[in-house]
Design a protein around this ligand. Structure first.
Ligand code: G3I
Length: 464
């Protein structure tokens, strides 16, 4: 079951992810340093043969844009949960969704997506803080000084609300014009605050959540052209002046009029060479059959060829929910069947198309395991938890379990297991105790401060 979050308007409070990390870091003598923990894989893809699992093996994430109103559709949620290990809310974090009137924040639809993702151990991309589109009318009506404070307040409130939840934020989206001018796009921000609004947005973002990667995101910047040159020069300038920027997002919306450029990899690489990560943030490629599959394979291979290309997000799951549905640009058809493009993307990631992933956790199934939680000890203000792992009807050689910890609690040490965190979801993997005979059990333990209730939620046990 997914933990219900209690969040107040405008955010506030210490973030769950920050607390878990800080607490684990404070007990380096017990197990881990903060550095070591940060270096641990943070994904929990379910099995080999899925996009997320294959990408994780390459040290990348593979994400999808998600719409809150589809999460109740069983096949949509099942495909998301099986295949992807990062999500981007497609519209729910945009300005018109979260601050429809000045100072009045509404996070419930975005929270739905974040809660779903965190409950499954997925990462979340934040999209987007400052953009000329999907901007409520009240913003466009403000004068310069009011607009500056509204922009900074919006960034601060939204990032604070999601502090610790988001691995990368699109701080500024689509600030440059199409075409050959290399100029900034006209927008309320550009027109009233001038070029400096981008820098100001990034500085405010860094001050609010220093742990989040801060990205500039745009389209038609996927190859070397006047627009990408303009973005490149801005990033270069930011890096030389110490303006905080960590990543550049390449939306990668492709169609016959705007095909995958032949210098796609080279363009990603030149940005990476400036000292930023690059991410493919909104990938979709109109077409069908082998031609579409070839394009998907090429895009994935381009990312893998650039060591700072940290992940790929496709802009939707089945074709029918794409913003360009008539172009059938995604990896799954309207009935959630895998398309040739899926196989090509998975192969390019080094995965194995055609193999259905194991459904994890059915007791008695070959290779499966189950996990059961008990409170071993408790005292005022804390407890020791114990999770017992039991192999199914065949031997296993490793296991992994997700635990969702209440946001009011902090894990301060873990033993007989190797922890990594994503938000307040802790994934514990076997260390020396992964090999279990059929039906055999082992356990790991952990100490929690910050109250005795609620008990942690134990997720699926995954075995190999
Ligand atoms: O939810 C309402 C619905 O109640 C109403 O009946 C309907 C009538 O038009 O509109 C629905 O909202 C639409 C929303 O998508 C949800 O489907 C909006 O009209 C529509 O404008 C909005 O489009 C989104 C678009 O951004 C807005 O610019 C797309 O879903 C979304 O995929 C797209 O995403 C953008 C990225 O954020 C930035 N890069 C480009 C990308 C593609 O345009």
């Amino acid at each position: 079951m997914i933990r219900k979050r209690t969040r107040t308007r405008g955010g506030g409070g210490t973030p769950a992810r920050g607390r878990l990390r800080a607490a684990l870091g404070a007990t380096t003598t017990a197990l881990l340093t903060v550095t070591a923990l940060a270096a641990l894989p943070q994904t929990t893809a379910h099995a080999a043969g899925t996009l997320g699992a294959a990408a994780a093996e390459q040290g990348r994430y593979f994400g999808a844009a998600v719409a809150a109103n589809h999460l109740g559709e069983a096949q949509y949620a099942a495909t998301l949960d099986r295949e992807f290990n990062s999500v981007t809310p497609e519209n729910e974090m945009k300005w018109d969704a979260v601050e429809p009137s000045r100072g009045s924040f509404s996070f419930s639809r975005a929270d739905q997506i974040v809660d779903h993702a965190r409950g499954k151990g997925m990462k979340v991309r934040g999209h987007t803080l400052v953009w000329h589109s999907q901007l409520p009318g009240w913003v466009s009506g403000l004068g310069a000084s009011d607009l500056r404070s509204a922009m900074n307040n919006h960034i601060t409130q939204v990032m604070t609300h999601y502090k610790g939840d988001i691995h990368s934020w699109d701080v500024v989206n689509e600030a440059f014009q199409d075409g050959g001018s290399g100029a900034r796009r006209s927008s309320p921000f550009q027109d009233r605050l001038g070029d400096g609004f981008i820098e100001e947005a990034f500085r405010t973002a860094r001050a609010t959540d220093p742990a989040a990667k801060l990205c500039y995101n745009d389209y038609n910047t996927d190859g070397v052209n006047a627009k990408s040159n303009a973005v490149y020069n801005m990033v270069k300038d930011f890096k030389s002046r110490g303006v905080p920027i960590d990543c550049v997002g390449f939306q990668s919306h492709f169609n016959p009029n705007s095909p995958v450029p032949s210098d796609y990899r080279a363009n990603l690489q030149r940005f990476a060479d400036l000292g930023v990560d690059v991410q493919i943030t909104e990938l979709d490629i109109e077409g069908s059959g082998q031609a579409q599959a070839t394009n998907y394979g090429n895009v994935v291979r381009a990312c893998l060829a650039v060591s700072r290309c940290t992940g790929i997000t496709v802009w939707g799951i089945p074709d029918k929910y794409s913003w360009r549905s008539s172009g059938t640009p995604l990896l799954f058809d309207d009935n959630y069947n895998k398309k040739p493009a899926y196989d090509a993307a998975l192969s390019a990631l080094g995965g194995t198309p055609g193999e259905d992933p194991e459904e994890p956790g059915e007791p008695g199934e070959p290779g499966a395991c189950t996990a059961a939680y008990t409170t071993a000890e408790q005292w005022s203000g804390g407890y020791n938890g114990k999770v017992t792992i039991t192999a199914g009807s065949t031997a296993i050689s490793s296991w992994s379990v997700n635990l969702t910890i209440a946001s009011s609690q902090q894990v301060v040490s873990v033993w007989n297991g190797s922890p990594s965190t994503n938000g307040n979801v802790m994934t514990v993997r076997s260390t020396w105790n992964g090999s279990l005979a059929p039906g055999a059990s082992t356990s790991f333990g952990f100490t929690v401060n910050g109250g005795t209730t609620p008990a942690p939620q134990v997720g699926t046990c995954t075995a190999s």
